[in-house]
Design a protein around this ligand. Sequence first.
Ligand code: GLN
Length: 490
Amino acid sequence: MTLPADLTLMTAAEARSLLDNREISSVELTRAYLERIEEVEPAIHSYLHVMTDVALTQASDADRRIEEGDIDLLTGVPIALKDILCTIDAPTTAASKILEGYVSPYDARVVARLRDQGAVFLGKTNTDEFAMGSSTENSAYGQTHNPWDTSRVPGGSSGGSAAAIAAREAPVSLGSDTGGSVRQPAGFCGIVGLKPTYGRVSRYGLLPFASSLDQIGPFARTVEDAAIVLRSIAGKDPMDSTSVPVEVPDYLANLRQDLNGVRIGFAPQYTVSGMEPGVEAAVKVAIKQLEDLGAEIVEVSLPHTEYALATYYITAPAEASANLARYDGVRYGNRVEGDNLIDTYLQTRGRGFGPEVKRRIMLGTHALSSGYYDAYYVKAQKVRTLIKQDFDVAFQSCDVIVAPTSPTIAFEAGSRTSDPYQMYLADIFTIPANMAGIPGISVPCGFSDGMPVGLQFLGRAFDESRLLGVAHAYEQAAGWYHKLPEIPAT
Ligand code: GLN
């Protein structure tokens, strides 16, 4: 390939081949991203912490490794990390005041895997506090702006990781998806975002939000790059008992160009009233393209989808209220000294957590309290089983399911902050996959009102290969990934 004028225009796969052929060095590539970050951060604010010195050291180490022929998939390739993943050489705050300045004594497993491979850490990206939100406006350190229109949100909670890719501040990044936080911001920012199967990627060192739902997943400009990152981070980890010892296939070998013989399901429940007409139209065109590529479109039914959001807002806050009990000022993060122990807890948590986190803790504690436990928590678990069974039945007649990623395009900043229910609705199409534990990917499928629209594919558990294969075939034929936003000068 010919060397582009700006190295940040390349995908990770393209960078890999130039690095391997010694046409560029990792230090040059890293510097190009660090310069780009400096240029666009005032307008976007993807990063909470840029790891300049770490990145340049890792890059020169990577160059040495490449010289010696010790090359892994991401050796010398820069990557950005959601600031909810523990890193030993940069703060990990979950965008919360309670963890301001906190540095973890260990790396998250995914971080350690990338470090061992010789990947280059550009920095820690912005998120809604403890990953609770859909717009990155719940960060205690300022909001992130959508690179396509800076008056709009990038989605969330992994909005910093998504915006960084769209703004070419990193070629690939990691986020976490509990109810849609990788796929929804990927859709809003016009890039690729993948939530792997529950159990595919170790969550060791991921600050937990809702442990039965959380998964770590990659953002990238192309499906191929997402496949590269997934291959690099997936696999059983003895430190996370929910990670599953199944083989990690060579996802790159299974990317395909056509869809002959593939059955793609579409469920009527994934068209809801109040959906943006431009989103509906773009998804319709995409489904026609899938047919043209050889896929057979079959109608499937997911009748319990309409209860997914309500079920999620019992389950996720219940787990969050338990997980966040550890932030009491004794062992982690910041402490506000009170008159006695209880007062110290109250002051620490009262001042350390933002309003949305407090709302979730209250919702969850209520749902788990005696007298309400059966009515809320147990009932939600039963509905969750029904949601999962819907998918099991649907996948008997199709190989993947296609759906919009979100009912709307990225909304204006501030337009939903005073109405939590409107904010929660942004995840209506992404939450069912978390409830069922299945993988999902969002790829760009056009524009509405000048803003990107995301197309979502859902697959069977541990069938990321097919998901990536189908998404790649669509992406290559549709070609939307060539489009990049112009960031206004600040
Ligand atoms: N927006 C959803 C929430 O606020 C999902 C967040 C996520 O996936 N981390 O809970």
